[in-house]
Write a protein that binds this ligand. Structure first.
Ligand SMILES: C[S@@+](CC[C@H](N)C(=O)[O-])C[C@H]1O[C@@H](n2cnc3c(N)ncnc32)[C@H](O)[C@@H]1O
Length: 377
């Protein structure tokens, strides 16, 4: 990442830019956007909160600019991405671990495939599948930084366009339904790429580490948790004087009924212990998208708790979906819990002068809205 004429741009010429790319995730903030909001609304040493952190771009942008941040994410895929880029392990240790997993792969032969749906044998060659099963079994991605980093890199390339990843042809951002994929591969006569996982992932490690790892300039915490519960812990840490109040809330809550974060990432979630088949039930139980009432409750609980941990002059910056129900619920909830804050609403993309001046001309997805609240003097 680099700042030019007051605007952030993405570059692969430095470590911060290379690691910022981890990893593909639905509805993610463009890095340029997260870096700009942090530099505009916070000062060095400030604390930033993101209770729906996704791949943790907000917290990464904060720590890269000498701010501190706490992010919370319920989906382990997003958490692994966040933890890998906030605290990447030393290169030699990751390479050593990769070799160990490749060695261990020999114990995960055809007999281990029997428990898996057919899809997996169409998606990966036996050599790659053995490697994945060894990684899935051995990597302690929740507790060991080396294992988290390696798992993060595997997840990035778990599925992608033919030749760019470990799988047969698939989108990198979203895992397709197994039956559909198998039919599609048959129809197009596509086979999984015959590659050596060691050589393939070593080349990815070489590229990622080529400019080093980002200096840990700020304090960044990635929590794998449900915000409705974790925010209570954060509030008690602040009360006990162990944590400062937050200067900026920068987040993007889930969009109602638009995406299914576990379902769309089911293959990566499988690597982390999820079912070997996509299941919307995971989202219902863990993502609370089951009803409009439950969705409103999620926003209300989290924003209510957030209002108690923000500094009096804090700024709240929420990017959300433009569709009516999500936008109305988010706006109402924010106004209820930040009654003394003034709300400004901006459509994205925008051609208006103000936002162009504020944020520059970088990529934005259509159909989103920024809700920015500032405390009244
Ligand atoms: C719109 S995405 C955030 C994307 C993020 N801004 C990024 O740049 O990657 C919303 C996220 O909220 C997460 N989420 C949903 N319910 C949650 C909860 N109760 N606690 C924590 N995270 C939750 C989803 O898993 C999803 O990753």
């Amino acid at each position: 990442m680099i700042q030019k004429d007051g605007h952030w741009q993405h570059t692969y010429e430095n470590a911060v830019g290379r690691w910022a790319g981890i990893g593909p995730y639905y509805a993610m903030f463009p890095n340029e956007f997260a870096f700009s909001v942090i530099s505009q609304f916070t000062a060095k040493g400030d604390w930033v909160l993101d209770p729906f952190a996704g791949r943790f771009s907000s917290i990464y942008a904060a720590t890269s600019q000498e701010r501190n941040g706490v992010g919370i994410e319920i989906n382990p895929v997003g958490w692994v991405y966040g933890q890998s880029k906030l605290h990447p392990a030393p290169r030699e240790l990751v390479e050593e671990r990769l070799k160990q997993i490749c060695y261990r792969a020999r114990y995960f032969g055809t007999r281990s495939f029997k428990t898996l749906p057919d899809f997996f044998l169409h998606c990966y060659t036996p050599r790659v599948l053995s490697f994945l099963l060894a990684a899935k079994n051995d990597l302690d991605w929740k507790n060991n930084t080396v294992d988290t980093t390696l798992m993060g890199l595997i997840l990035v390339f778990l599925h992608a366009k033919q030749g760019s990843g470990l799988s047969n042809q698939m989108r990198q951002s979203k895992a397709m339904a197994p039956d559909y994929s198998v039919r599609w591969w048959h129809y197009h006569d596509m086979k999984p790429p015959d590659l050596d996982p060691l050589g393939f992932l070593q080349s990815k490690i070489d590229w990622r580490y080529k400019k080093g790892i980002p200096a840990e300039v700020g304090d960044g915490t990635a929590s794998l948790a449900d915000s409705t519960i974790e925010m209570v812990h954060i509030a008690s840490e602040i009360e006990a004087g162990k944590l400062s109040k937050f200067r900026l809330l920068l987040t993007s809550p889930p969009y109602y009924d638009i995406t299914h974060y576990h379902y769309d990432q089911w293959l990566r979630y499988w690597m982390l212990g999820g079912p070997s088949w996509p299941s919307k039930a995971e989202d219902k139980h863990r993502g609370r998208f089951s009803s409009q009432t439950a969705y409103r409750e999620l926003l209300d609980t989290v924003f209510m708790q957030a209002s108690q941990v923000m500094a009096d002059d804090a700024i709240v910056y929420v990017r959300t979906d433009k569709r009516q129900f999500t936008l109305d619920s988010t706006r109402e909830s924010l106004q209820r819990h930040f009654p003394n804050w003034e709300l400004k609403e901006t459509d994205r993309p925008i051609t208006g002068q103000t936002q162009t001046v504020l944020f520059g001309d970088y990529s934005r997805k259509p159909g989103e809205v920024d809700l920015v609240l500032r405390s009244r003097p």
